[in-house]
Design a protein around this ligand. Structure first.
Ligand code: NAD
Length: 246
């Protein structure tokens, strides 16, 4: 299809997992895509798999680099802030450094990216901003996801606020809230268990569908939210969880 023809998108954390699946779906739908990631090697692999993509080494925790990137790219139609980190543990496991890291990577990065890209999006007549939240947020408590849920809840609030303030300028801003998605970082988290195979089974068994999401299934929602098919949705937390919260 060509559902994103003529649109330019910036996607962070584009080198693996959901971000990478989104890059592939967006390019397939005709978008011009800037794929940003901290991992240069992952971007090189992405570039050879998807030659049409423009890649950029970017740490979304570096404000100056974000602003220079926004100047380089110019006006865009779609901004997908995908970068995030899962801290494992309760409040007692989360020291101040853990708290700051999760806040900076999961929330402040959205603030910095939107501050950098929004003025040119407004000048360009509008656009779609999509921020990666999670079911583990204000939507559902999940054990040992203290810093993660706190920061992902903030991403939902941030998305609603931006949606509210710029709705008259053609800007839409939504959060996406996946359940558990089978990505390389999820596998890394499973590998940290004593029995990774059993850990995967446990993750699958807490899902009503008996399986995890595939990154491509999340990318389908991101195509919709980036495209003009979704022009009446803004300020929403889009749940995509295989019925986990149902
Ligand atoms: P992931 O967490 O493994 O991250 C993908 C990419 O992020 C990697 O290529 C990595 O290099 C890049 N990255 C890490 N730090 C970065 C930084 N500072 N700047 C730029 N890029 C950086 O992939 P994922 O599991 O697909 O998760 C992507 C997003 O989706 C995260 O925000 C995560 O919290 C969210 N999410 C994931 C799941 C899941 O089950 N996998 C569920 C809900 C939400």
């Amino acid at each position: 299809g060509q559902r994103l023809l003529g649109k330019t998108a910036v996607i962070t954390a584009a080198g693996a997992g959901i971000g990478r699946a989104c890059v592939e779906a967006y390019v397939a739908e005709g978008a011009t895509v800037w794929a940003a990631d901290i991992n240069e090697q992952a971007l090189e692999q992405l570039q050879s798999a998807v030659p049409a993509v423009k890649v950029k080494v970017l740490d979304v925790m570096k404000g100056d680099d974000i602003r220079a990137f926004a100047d380089e790219v110019g006006a865009i139609d779609i901004l997908f802030n995908c970068a995030g980190f899962v801290h494992n543990g309760s409040i007692l496991d989360c020291d101040e450094q853990d708290w700051d890291f999760s806040s900076n990577l999961n929330v402040k990065s959205c603030y910095q990216m939107i501050r950098a890209f929004l003025p040119s999006m407004i000048a360009n007549g509008g656009g779609s901003i999509i921020n990666m939240a999670s079911i583990a947020s204000s939507l559902k408590a999940v054990p040992n996801r203290f810093a993660y849920s706190t920061t992902k809840a903030a991403v939902i609030g941030l998305s609603k606020s931006v949606a509210c303030d710029f709705v008259k300028q053609g800007i839409r801003c939504n959060a996406v809230c996946p359940g558990t998605v089978d990505t390389p970082s999820l596998q890394a988290r499973l590998n940290a268990f004593d029995d990774p195979v059993q850990a995967r089974r446990d993750f699958e068994n807490r899902q009503p569908m008996g399986r995890l999401a595939r990154a491509e299934e999340i990318a389908s929602l991101l195509v919709y939210l980036g495209s003009d098919e979704s022009t009446y949705t803004t300020g929403a937390a889009h749940v995509i969880d295989g019925g986990w919260c149902n």
